[in-house]
Each structure stands twice: as C-alpha cells, then as structure tokens.
Design a protein around this ligand. Structure first.
Ligand code: THU
Length: 139
C-alpha cells in the first residue's frame, strides 16, 4: 500500500481538535467512557465520530467506526489519518473491531492517539493490525 503524505503540524492539530469536539457528543451513559475520533479524508474533509452506547450493550458503536461510517456514507473514499481522543493515561487505542474496519476502508493510514491535553503517540494502522484480514472471495 502506498504511503500517504505525512500530516503537517497544522493538519494534526485540526484533526485532534475535531476528535476532541466529537468526544463532547459521546453518548456513554453505561461506561461513562467518552471517545472522540476524527478521520481526515484526502481532500481535507474531516469526519468526526463519537461512541454511541445502547441499553443492549453489544449494540454500542465505537467512536472510530462512527467516524468511518459517516465518511463512507458521505462518499469519501481516500483517507490520510485518524485521531482518537480519550481522557486516559495512556490514551486508548482503537479496539480490534475498529482496527479491522479502519483497514477495510482506509488502509494504512496514520493513527494519532491523544488526550484532551496532548498528542501521546503516532503510528501507522499496520503497526496496530499486522496481517489484516482481506476477503478475496471463495476459491
Ligand atoms: N470504545 C470506543 O469508542 N472505541 C474503542 O476503540 C474502544 C471502546 C467505546 C465503546 C464503549 O462505548 C466504551 O468505549 C467502553 O468500552
């Protein structure tokens, strides 16, 4: 997979700010754990997402997947980076399900993990999800 161009400090700041803003919309009455994500499309558009919990817990959708599904449903197809903001030390990194969905739709983008105070780490998605599953169809 070809590398996307690295984010500028300004782009990263804007993306993390959008994730933080999305986090304010988290609906997490059960876990009280609020997650904000923001996905940067190739054309500069940012799609925010937050976790949305269900009284039937298993129906909960993570912030990262909310952002991906919003972006895809709005027609975006090429992405450069995702930022995830949680108020924990260290900040949370995407769960396994979200890693797969990010790979499915975004391939090897930059992942930025942050708290409301600062960016803590940066890595590529393949660092979090080596040997990702890809469906090639039946033989
Ligand atoms: N959560 C996310 O939003 N993203 C993740 O990658 C892991 C977990 C949410 C789901 C649930 O609302 C809360 O965090 C606690 O698991």
């Amino acid at each position: 997979m070809s590398a996307t161009r690295p984010l500028t400090a300004d782009e990263e700041k804007r993306l993390v700010g959008a994730a933080q803003k999305a986090r304010e919309n988290a609906s997490a009455p059960y876990s009280l754990f609020r997650v904000g994500a923001a996905l940067l499309a190739e054309d500069g558009t940012i799609f925010g997402g937050c976790n949305v919990e269900s009284a039937s817990y298993g129906l909960t959708v993570c912030g990262e997947r909310t952002a991906v599904f919003k972006a895809i449903s709005e027609g975006a197809r090429k992405f450069r980076a995702v930022a995830v903001v949680t108020d924990t030390d260290p900040p949370a990194s995407p769960c396994g399900a979200c890693r797969q969905v990010l790979w499915d739709q975004c391939r090897d983008i930059d992942v930025i993990l942050a708290t409301p105070a600062r960016v803590v780490s940066r890595m590529r998605l393949t660092t979090l999800l080596p040997l990702a599953f890809e469906f090639k169809g039946p033989r």
